[in-house]
Design a protein around this ligand. Structure first.
Ligand SMILES: Cc1cc2nc3c(=O)[nH]c(=O)nc-3n(C[C@H](O)[C@H](O)[C@H](O)COP(=O)(O)O)c2cc1C
Length: 201
């Protein structure tokens, strides 16, 4: 995967729409900064859009499933439109953030998420509980985890903003590499868990 030459590949004319989900609502979130840096580094024709509405979702309530609130419909439509998800989320007390768990709970019974390719990125490699739990949840939800694009991103001290990530060559390269791996998967190659159901045809 760590082939820097691939970073500049163009993956053809077919748009690859990737929806980024950050599990943090913090203004200065490292996970959100990563998603935004990834959006800037997306290899053509990949386009990465950060979903900004996770904080507007109500707490998950199965009673609302039949007539979900607009914020939930918004999320589900964005997921359905996306060719893949890019997920980055913090660890809180050895668990996944409530923000991310709530969003995923709203997606559990949603057809649009089934077999959806997912790149899961851990921006805090010293933390593993949340990422392990997320992997299990995403597997249970029948998404397709793209292993080549799912990585721990070791950020140097102080590298906590979008600009800092884009300015640090090793971070920039690592992000470009994982996006290249995701694009490679989406266009028919690369490693994944389970059987890839995605087709560009
Ligand atoms: C309430 C709370 C609990 C945390 N628990 C853990 C933890 O168990 N393990 C860990 O590695 N970091 C923990 N952290 C640190 C956060 O994961 C870290 O600050 C992360 O960068 C937050 O993500 P964000 O920058 O996207 O908001 C905790 C932070 C907070 C605020």
């Amino acid at each position: 995967m760590r082939n820097r030459h691939l970073c500049h590949r163009n993956f053809g004319p077919i748009a690859l729409n990737v929806l980024a989900l950050s599990g943090s609502l913090r203004q200065a979130s490292i996970n959100t900064a990563f998603c935004l840096a990834a959006a800037r580094l997306a290899p053509a024709p990949m386009q990465i859009t950060l979903f900004a509405g996770l904080g507007a979702l109500p707490l998950f309530n199965p009673d609302l499933e039949t007539d979900p609130p607009w914020s939930v419909q918004d999320l589900r439509q964005a997921v359905a439109r996306a060719d893949a998800l890019l997920i980055a989320s913090p660890e809180y007390a050895h668990g996944i953030s409530g923000v991310m768990k709530n969003a995923l709970d709203w997606l559990v019974s949603d057809e649009g998420v089934v077999h959806k390719p997912v790149a899961l990125v851990n921006t805090s490699p010293r933390a593993h509980h949340a990422c392990d739990a997320l992997r299990e949840i995403l597997k249970t939800m029948s998404t397709t985890l793209v292993t080549d694009a799912s990585t721990a991103l070791a950020l140097p001290r102080g590298c906590v903003t979008q600009e800092a990530m884009l300015s640090a060559p090793e971070v920039r390269g690592a992000i470009a590499d994982l996006l290249t791996a995701l694009a490679t998967h989406l266009t028919g190659g690369g490693g994944h868990e389970g059987v890839a159901q995605f087709s560009l045809a």
